[in-house]
Design a protein around this ligand. Structure first.
Ligand SMILES: [Ca+2]
Length: 152
């Protein structure tokens, strides 16, 4: 992936300009700083997905659930280098609540189901927003599937 190529730029700075930023939201994917004697490259890879939903005002329960699998090349058991945030945002994109933050520390075999009450947003149209951020080395994959919003 792009991170690998950019990481190797430390030893071949001229190659850095060849790296094409991946698509993503407003935050820059690449920060490049140069000093007289060195060039350092920091790669920040951000991906996000969202789904806009309306939770009926008459709801008596509203549960968001999905399945999540995390695999990573990170070996630390202490530091969250790569994160996935599950958020509720308004339709302007302002974060109303961060329901959970997962990271490389949560790596596991197989999928597990996560669920959150979103009843407090009844009567509103909101975005279910997932944003994953990786640092410059060692990939982490946040794999999500089977989103459900169960309203009663
Ligand atoms: Ca990483």
């Amino acid at each position: 992936m792009a991170c690998r190529a950019a990481t190797s730029c430390a030893s071949a700075p001229s190659a850095c300009v060849q790296v094409t930023p991946v698509s993503g939201p407003s935050t820059p994917d690449f920060t490049i700083s140069a000093a007289p004697s060195s060039i350092s490259v920091v790669v920040r890879h951000t991906d996000s997905i969202l789904q806009t939903v309306t939770i009926p005002a008459t709801a008596t329960s509203a549960t968001l659930s999905f399945w999540l699998h995390i695999d990573t090349a990170e070996t630390t058991t202490i530091t969250a280098f790569d994160t996935l945030k599950v958020q509720i945002r308004n339709t302007s994109g302002t974060v109303l609540s961060t329901l959970a933050t997962f990271s490389n520390l949560n790596k596991a075999t197989g999928f597990s189901q996560k669920s959150f009450s979103v009843l407090s947003f009844k009567g509103q149209t909101v975005q279910v927003f997932l944003v994953g951020v990786e640092d410059s080395s060692l990939q982490t994959s946040f794999v999500v599937d089977d989103f459900l919003l169960n309203v009663q």
